[in-house]
Design a protein around this ligand. Structure first.
Ligand code: NAD
Ligand code: WQD
Length: 345
């Protein structure tokens, strides 16, 4: 058995896919999740795929005493991957304090315990949202961080600053912040995937839910952007590729191969894809016509962004392997499989 890794938010979308990759590499995994945005069934999926069931503790990471007691009892943890956070941009505008509390208090509780119990290694879930609408594309890790356009985005900026400030003063002394672009898709087994509660904010779950008939039509937010087809452009990467990057980051920290105490990597494909291209991909892989209409731009949306992935490619030796169609296909297969088992949800 390899080292023991704490995965916060490990029942969630990206966390569950990462736990699969860790277990397949023989890491011992313990998850903390309060199931505020996930279901316990994701652990069944993880077990069905890997044959192993990760240890699981259900509690809120904002509870300082519980976090401390957990680290005290699990003194053999080598590294933490911190996924747990609230992530709905619109909700963060309406209820900013919920976001500042959940995302920042949980991080500070973890860092305090990592310091107290001498856990040196952290991988943090950051986001391309920290770049806002960059002036030049693609964005590198040195592209200036712009004032955040939402409280959610600000929690990611502030979290990175908290980690950077803490690292030099404590026994927690190595961190990698991974700035994800737009993760999509599901594990090819269709046993785990994205399960947004309620109406999806994100494009791909909305597309697949429209395809299966849960939503009547997709609204394309704007076709008057300064892009080749007028719709907005993002860098969509397969969640399994993204999950594998976490294993690479953990291995880098455990082997002491990091080149600085605090490192930042963009994780994307390096390709920009428009909303209309996403619809075409869905129609191709599903064989279905998607019902959609063009409406006004969504407030707060940026026009276009995609990643310069050279640093992750060169330093981590990581790159995405799935094409857009392959990733969209897994999202569609997951949607069909999940709805066939859970027609009421
Ligand atoms: P998710 O909501 O599926 O997973 C987050 C998990 O954390 C959930 O299972 C939730 O129950 C848990 N959680 C939240 N607050 C908690 C708390 N206080 N205590 C314990 N558990 C708590 O989200 P995801 O898409 O898997 O995102 C994971 C991380 O990646 C988040 O930090 C998110 O901000 C970041 N991220 C996501 C995206 C994306 O598009 N999905 C893009 C960039 C960054
Ligand atoms: C993608 C594109 C929409 C829904 C968000 C967060 C970001 C990061 C990733 C966490 C945009 C368009 C969408 C729909 C549409 N998350 N769209 N109709 O906005 O790039 O990023 O998730 O860190 O912080 O802001 O992703 O999937 O919501 O939208 O036309 O019903 O699809 O306008 O151009 P986004 P998204």
């Amino acid at each position: 058995m390899n080292s023991k890794i704490l995965v916060t938010g490990g029942a969630g979308y990206i966390g569950s896919h990462t736990v699969v990759e860790l277990l397949e590499k023989n890491y011992e995994v313990v998850i903390i999740d309060n199931l505020s945005n996930s279901r316990i069934e994701s652990l069944d999926g993880i077990q069905a795929i890997t044959g192993a069931r990760p240890a699981f503790e259900k509690f809120d990471l904002c509870d300082r005493e519980k976090v401390d007691a957990f680290f005290k009892e699990n003194i053999d943890i080598s590294a933490v991957i911190h996924f747990a956070a609230s992530k709905a941009v619109g909700e963060s505008v309406e209820n900013p304090l919920k976001y500042y509390r959940n995302n920042l208090v949980s991080l500070m509780n973890i860092l305090e315990s990592m310091e107290r119990y001498h856990v040196p290694n952290l991988v943090f879930s950051s986001s391309c949202t920290v770049y806002g609408q960059a002036k030049t594309l693609p964005v590198t890790e040195n592209t200036p961080i712009l004032p955040a356009s939402s409280p959610y985005g600000n929690t990611k900026q502030v979290s990175e600053e908290i980690i950077r400030d803490t690292i030099f003063t404590s026994d927690f002394n190595k961190a990698i912040s991974l700035r994800y672009f737009n993760p999509i898709g599901a594990h090819p087994s269709t046993l785990i995937g994205e399960l947004p509660l309620g109406i999806p904010d994100n494009l791909v779950p909305f597309v697949t839910q429209t395809g299966i008939g849960i939503r009547e039509k997709l609204r394309v937010f704007g076709s008057d952007y300064n892009t080749p087809d007028g719709s907005a452009i993002r860098d969509y990467l397969h969640v399994v590729d993204l999950a594998k990057a976490h294993v690479v980051a953990i291995e880098r920290l455990l082997a002491g191969k990091n080149k600085a105490e605090f490192e930042v990597f963009n994780l994307g494909t390096g390709n920009g894809v428009s909303v209309f291209e996403m619809i075409q991909s869905f129609e191709k892989v599903s064989g279905k016509k998607l019902n959609y209409e063009v409406v006004d731009r969504r407030a707060g949306d940026i026009e276009q962004i995609w990643a310069d992935t050279s640093l992750a490619n060169d330093e981590l030796g990581w790159r995405t392997l799935s094409t857009l169609d392959e990733a969209v296909k897994t999202a569609w297969e997951w949607e069909k499989h999940y709805r066939s088992l859970n027609p009421q949800n």
